[in-house]
Design a protein around this ligand. Structure first.
Ligand code: E4P
Length: 218
């Protein structure tokens, strides 16, 4: 089970890296946009500097295959050869995934709404597959069933690709994605913290703290 954070906020990243058992960090252009104003390269490098030892998944903005290949090389030069290039699972994206894998680039196939997209991405060599759980739900696509189908295909085919559940808007969606077979999830840190800080949890702990003081005399 891998936990990743889905943010480009430097303070949130610092806190999350300190607190959570993380394996990676994901961004996309819209997540980055929320942090403007900044210089793009400086922001990405700052994120990389705050996340040593974690996988960093950075999304391409180019729409055509050649542009994607060039942008992937640019990002690797900027951030290191070990980054995961997030490639939208479009026609151009699937074409680019195959070429990127031929060059040994780590690939995260993103913007997945349909199991068939994931299956094509796996065959193209993608390392991670990011189904957009909340967006699927909003469009009446059963993301849990889709993750089950993708997982079956990976396991039956003996592939090493991992499902990275993404686009979560509540904790129930995260749990369902994991229960359905996601190997990893990427979540906004605030959502994880809201569960850890829920009234049920804090009230229970407050009662234990009070009783601890009584039983220990402290
Ligand atoms: C992460 O890899 C995805 O790009 C992200 O989770 C999408 O989230 P959104 O649906 O909230 O934009």
């Amino acid at each position: 089970m891998e936990w990743m954070i889905d943010t480009a906020n430097l303070n949130a990243i610092k806190e999350a890296v300190d607190m959570l058992p993380l394996s990676g960090i994901t961004t996309n252009p819209s997540i980055l946009k929320a942090e403007l104003p900044f210089d793009y390269e400086t922001q990405l490098k700052a994120i990389r500097a705050l996340t040593p030892g974690l996988t960093m998944h950075v999304q391409l903005g180019s729409e055509d295959c050649e542009g994607m290949l060039e942008e992937a090389a640019y990002l690797q030069n900027l951030l290191g050869q070990d980054i995961y290039v997030k490639v939208p699972t479009t026609e151009a994206g699937v074409k680019a995934m195959r070429r990127l894998k031929d060059r040994g680039v780590n690939v995260t196939a993103t913007a997945i709404y349909y199991p068939l997209q994931a299956m094509l991405a796996v065959s193209a060599g993608a390392d991670y597959l990011a189904p957009y759980c909340n967006r699927m739900e909003q469009n009446e696509i059963d993301f849990g069933k889709a993750i089950e189908q993708i997982r079956d295909m990976i396991d039956l085919g003996g592939y090493e690709a991992k499902i990275l559940g993404a686009s979560f808007k509540n904790a129930g969606q995260v749990v369902r994605a994991i229960d359905s077979g996601a190997h990893a999830v990427t979540v906004q840190p605030a959502m994880l913290r809201s569960v850890l800080k829920s009234a049920l949890v804090t009230d229970a702990v407050a009662a234990f703290t009070k009783d601890y003081a009584l039983v220990t005399g402290k």
